[in-house]
Design a binder for this molecule. Structure first.
Ligand SMILES: NC(=O)c1ccc[n+]([C@@H]2O[C@H](COP(=O)([O-])OP(=O)(O)OC[C@H]3O[C@@H](n4cnc5c(N)ncnc54)[C@H](OP(=O)(O)O)[C@@H]3O)[C@@H](O)[C@H]2O)c1
Length: 463
C-alpha cells in the first residue's frame, strides 16, 4: 500500500469531526488505509499537536494509532504562510499527498491556488473537495477552471457522500445485473418516478451555510440529481469510472431545465416533529427573522430522451418533515384491463436508500377466503437479513477509493456543470423571491407540493 499523507483543511470543523476522523480511524484499523498514514490538520484556530490529537481522538471515539503520525498547522488557508509551512512538512515525504478541503465553499478556489503556488498541486497531489461545488453553473465552471490550474482533472475528487452508500451503488447493480428489469425500465411500462429525501432535523446550527444555500442547492443539485441519474442512465458499455460517469453526464444533459411552474418551495414554521416541539426556521440561531430561504422544495422534472420521454420524475426534499427517509419509487403503469373490478394494482418498486435499507415491490395478491379480493402486499429484499456484514460508512468507502485512485463514485467536472444547468433558472429566480410559503414542521411541506403532483392526477406516496 502506497504511503499516504492526508492533509485536512477545515480540521476543526463539523464535517471533519463528525465524518472524516471516524472514517480515517476505522480505515486505518481495518487495514484499508496504511498503518503509517500521516494526518496533517489545518485551520485558523491555534492548537498544539497534542490538542489536535485529543480533538481527533474524541471525534473518532478511539485512540489514534501510534503508528500514524499527526500534526496540526494553524493559519489562514487563504494566505501563503500555512501552505509554505505545509510544503516544509511535506518535503521528503514519500507517496501520495491527499488534500481534503472541508472548508467553506468560497475558500476552495483560493486554497487550491495557494497549494499550486507552494508547488503542492500537480506532482504528487490529489484533492477531495466537499459539496457544494459552486452556487450555480457559472460559479461551478469557474471553480472547475481554478482547480484544474492546480490539479489535473483526474486528481480532483468531488465528493457526494450519497454515492458512497451501499444502497446507492446497488441501484446500478440492481438495474444492470438483473435481466428482468431492463425491459420494464422505460416510458412504455413506467408511469412516473418519485424521489424523496426527507429529514426530520432542522439546520443543526449551520445557519451561515444553509441560509445562503437552501434545499435546492443543498440537496437537489447533488444528492437528488445523482439518484435521478443512476435511476435513469443507460447501461455503460463497461463498468469503469469513465463509462459510468459519461452515462450520468448524458442523462443529466437530457434533463430539461426546471421551469418555475414545475417547482414549489416552502419554509418550516414551528410545529411538532416526532413528538417534540420545534421552532420555526426564522427562529433558528443565526437566521434572519425575514429570511426567505427555502427548507423544502418539490420539482417535476422531465428527461428528454427516448427512454424517458413524457415520464415525470417528481423530486422532493425538506427539513423538519415527519420522517427521515430517502427513497426512490418507481410507479409502473396499471394493467390494461381491470379484471378484478376496481382491484387492479399499481405496482411500485421502492428502493429504500436510508435508513431501512431494502428494496420492495408492491404487488396485488388474492386475499385468502371466498370471492376474489385483491390486496396490495410487499415483496422485499432487506439488506440486514440478506447480508450479515454491516455496510461501511459512506465516507470510509469514498476515502479508500480516493486514495486508490478510483473516481467512479465521484462527480466529474461536466457532471457538476450539467446538474447545475438543470436548476440554474430556478436557483436564480428563487434567490430573488420576496417570500417563501410556510409549512408546519412535522408536515409533508406546503399545500402547493400536493397541488404540484395532483395537477397530473397523481399523489405523493407517503407512508
Ligand atoms: N457538516 C456537514 O455535515 C457537511 C456535509 C456536507 C458537506 N459539507 C461541506 O464541508 C465543508 C465544511 O463544512 P463544516 O460543516 O465542517 O463547516 P464548519 O464546521 O464551519 O468548519 C469549517 C472549517 O474550516 C475552517 N476555516 C474556515 N475559514 C478558514 C480559513 N480562512 N482558513 C483556514 N481554515 C478555515 C474552520 O476552522 P477555523 O475557524 O478555526 O479556521 C473549520 O475547521 C463546507 O463546504 C460544507 O458545505 C459539510
Amino acid at each position: 500500500m502506497e504511503t499516504l499523507t492526508l492533509v485536512v483543511f477545515g480540521a476543526t470543523g463539523d464535517l471533519a469531526r463528525r465524518k472524516l476522523y471516524p472514517a480515517i480511524a476505522n480505515n486505518i484499523m481495518s487495514g484499508l488505509l496504511p498503518k503509517d498514514t500521516r494526518l496533517i490538520g489545518t485551520a485558523r484556530q491555534v492548537m498544539t499537536d497534542q490538542g489536535y490529537r485529543r480533538l481527533v481522538e474524541e471525534s473518532a471515539g478511539r485512540s489514534w494509532p501510534k503508528s500514524a503520525p499527526l500534526t496540526y498547522l494553524s493559519g489562514d488557508a487563504d494566505q501563503p504562510a500555512v501552505h509554505q509551512a505545509l510544503a516544509e512538512h511535506l518535503k521528503g515525504t514519500r507517496g501520495l499527498h491527499l488534500f481534503y478541503l472541508a472548508v467553506p465553499t468560497q475558500l476552495i478556489g483560493p486554497v487550491v491556488a495557494r497549494l499550486a503556488e507552494a508547488k503542492l498541486g500537480r506532482s504528487r497531489g490529489r484533492v477531495i473537495v466537499e459539496k457544494p461545488f459552486g452556487v450555480d453553473e457559472a460559479s461551478a465552471r469557474t471553480l472547475n477552471r481554478q482547480m484544474q490550474k492546480a490539479f489535473a482533472e483526474g486528481e480532483i475528487y468531488r465528493i457526494d457522500h450519497y454515492l458512497g452508500k451501499e444502497t446507492v451503488q446497488n441501484i446500478l447493480v440492481f438495474r444492470f445485473s438483473n435481466g428482468v428489469m431492463e425491459p420494464l425500465w422505460n416510458r412504455g411500462q413506467i408511469d412516473h418516478v418519485q424521489i424523496t429525501a426527507a429529514e426530520t432535523i432542522g439546520i443543526e446550527g449551520r445557519s451561515d451555510y444553509y441560509d445562503h444555500s437552501g434545499a435546492l442547492r443543498d440537496m437537489v443539485q447533488n444528492h437528488l440529481l445523482q439518484l435521478l441519474a443512476l435511476t435513469a442512465m443507460e447501461p455503460p458499455a463497461v463498468f469503469s469510472a469513465e463509462g459510468v460517469r459519461s452515462e450520468k453526464v448524458k442523462v443529466l444533459s437530457a434533463v430539461r431545465p426546471v421551469r418555475a411552474e414545475d417547482a414549489v418551495r416552502g419554509q418550516y414554521q414551528a410545529g411538532m416533529v416526532e413528538g417534540v416541539r420545534v421552532r420555526a426556521y426564522t427562529a433558528e440561531p443565526g437566521v434572519a427573522k425575514d429570511s426567505r430561504r427555502e427548507t423544502f422544495c418539490a420539482l417535476r422534472v422531465f428527461i428528454d430522451n427516448w427512454r424517458w420521454h413524457g415520464v415525470p420524475f417528481y423530486l422532493r426534499t425538506g427539513k423538519r418533515l415527519p420522517e427521515r427517509a430517502t427513497r426512490i419509487q418507481v410507479v409502473f403503469k396499471a394493467p390494461p384491463l381491470d379484471l378484478f373490478e376496481g382491484a387492479a394494482q399499481t405496482n411500485i418498486l421502492t428502493i429504500h436508500i436510508q435508513p431501512d435499507e431494502r428494496i420492495s415491490l408492491r404487488i396485488g395478491a388474492k386475499r385468502p377466503g371466498l370471492g376474489t379480493h385483491v390486496d396490495p402486499v410487499e415483496m422485499e429484499f432487506v439488506y440486514a437479513s440478506s447480508f450479515r456484514s454491516a455496510s461501511a460508512e459512506a465516507y470510509e468507502r469514498l476515502l479508500v477509493d480516493a486514495t486508490q485512485g478510483d473516481p467512479t463514485l465521484f462527480t466529474r467536472e461536466d457532471e457538476v456543470e450539467a446538474a447545475w444547468r438543470v436548476l440554474d433558472p430556478l436557483v436564480q429566480r428563487w434567490d430573488r423571491e420576496t417570500s417563501c410559503p410556510p409549512y408546519a414542521a412535522g408536515s409533508w411541506g406546503p399545500q402547493t407540493a400536493a397541488a404540484l403532483i395532483a395537477r397530473d392526477g397523481r399523489t405523493w406516496l407517503d407512508p
